[in-house]
Design a protein around this ligand. Structure first.
Ligand SMILES: [Zn+2]
Ligand SMILES: [Zn+2]
Length: 403
């Protein structure tokens, strides 16, 4: 692995920031202490800091030379509503909240890269360091964009990175095209007629209808979607009834659906609506259907070819060719960085968090970002900036040669 001594020297600082953020997790749009720590470190490194986009978002701006090229590097800051089960010293001290997705590590790696670039960076152009709130289900990226992110900070290209527990330490994985699936939610309220449990014929039972509907929904992917396309429909919540001897007048079914293509998303949405309405009708009840009732759905995370080539070049410079998987299987998980990729060409890469025995997956109450990979991630960012914003363009080289 090819890590500059100056970044190795930042390892202890990055670990300290990472563990502090892990110990003090903050959820969507409430990342105020996390933002304070980040803004403080950026300022200390001499980087221009802008706060307030999407409440807690931060953008650091670092300019060098006279070039007009620019790139944005993005880290997410939020934690999850999960009760941490780890017992180590830096375990969460906020009840019911934890960094189970490794966003603590994302912040620390980008801060490390920013500190290095401010001091030693050899590049020509502008780097925007985006620290984004509310990645988990709340579409913080979407909100930053809506509040003028790319008008105020007109990056030409945008790059993201996520730790990945299935990939060994020292390895990266990235590919052009879809990396992560789209993410949409549905909520179906079935409305019938309440009645005594002993006299079901006097009402309209929503619970039996709900049971049928849940089974029906399983047929969308198996019977309606081209088997060559990836898709998933999962019912994740069922609510209805509150006693032993009465049938309720309503039941709620909620869930999510995902795919890698917009056309498949539309088919899934159509299938859910059609089955909810027709099942309700067959039971003589009503179905109210809402898609993405709380937040916008997440689009497919789609890497553009040229920027992916740049990401592969940077990852290879850090880890060596054998340790960069350029054909990973895309994940059915979703990522709101996809909104940024809708605005700008760019690339989202996975960095291996290690797969030691007993290691758990993201969103597990025992998850912990691996501090060992902090310098790797920071070096990836640095290589990316120095490759993508070269100090001397070919034009300058021509001029230099002539001079
Ligand atoms: Zn997550
Ligand atoms: Zn995440």
């Amino acid at each position: 692995m090819n890590i500059p001594a100056e970044i190795r020297a930042l390892h202890a600082d990055m670990q300290r920031w990472r563990r502090h953020i892990h110990q003090h997790p903050e959820t969507a749009f409430k990342e105020t202490a996390t933002a304070r720590l980040i803004a403080g470190q950026l300022q200390q490194a001499g980087i221009e800091v802008h706060q307030g986009l999407a409440k807690t978002g931060i953008v650091g701006v670092l300019r060098r030379g006279s070039g007009n090229n620019s790139i944005a590097l993005r880290a997410d800051m939020d934690a999850l509503y999960i009760q941490e089960q780890n017992r180590f010293e830096h375990a969460s001290c906020h009840d019911g909240k934890m960094h189970a997705c490794g966003h603590d590590g994302h912040c620390a790696m980008l801060l490390g890269a920013a500190s290095y670039l401010a001091k030693y960076g050899r590049f020509d152009g502008t780097v925007y360091f985006i620290f984004q709130p509310a990645e988990e289900c709340r579409a913080g990226a979407y909100q930053m964009i809506n509040e003028g992110l790319f008008e105020q900070f007109p990056a030409q290209r945008v790059f993201g990175m996520h730790n990945f527990p299935d990939i060994p330490v020292g390895h990266f994985a990235v590919k052009s095209g879809p990396m992560m699936a789209s993410f949409d939610c549905f909520a179906i309220t079935l409305k019938g007629q309440a009645t005594h449990a002993a006299m079901p014929h006097l009402g309209n039972d929503v619970l039996v209808a709900a049971a049928h509907l849940i089974t029906q929904l399983q047929t969308i992917v198996s019977r309606r979607i081209d088997p060559a396309d990836a898709a998933v429909v999962s019912v994740t919540q069922v609510h209805g009834g509150n006693t032993w001897n009465a049938l309720p007048d309503s039941a709620v079914i909620r869930g999510t659906f995902r795919s890698f293509k917009n056309s498949v998303c539309e088919q899934l949405e159509h299938g859910i609506r059609h089955l909810a309405e027709s099942t309700a009708q067959s039971f003589g009840i009503r179905a109210d259907i809402h898609f993405n009732p709380d937040n916008p759905g997440y689009p497919v995370t789609l890497n553009s070819p040229a920027e992916t080539a740049g990401a592969i070049r940077a990852a290879t410079a850090v880890a060596g060719e054998q340790c960069v998987n350029t054909a990973p299987t895309p994940s059915m998980g979703a990522e709101d960085f996809a909104f940024m990729l809708q605005q700008k060409p760019g690339c989202y890469i996975w960095i291996g968090n290690g797969s030691s025995q007993g290691s758990c997956l993201l969103h597990n109450p025992n998850y912990d970002f691996n501090d060992e990979i902090l310098p790797l991630g920071a070096t990836y960012w640095v290589r990316l900036v120095e490759n993508e914003l070269p100090e001397y363009s070919s034009l300058d080289f021509g001029k230099l040669l002539k001079d």
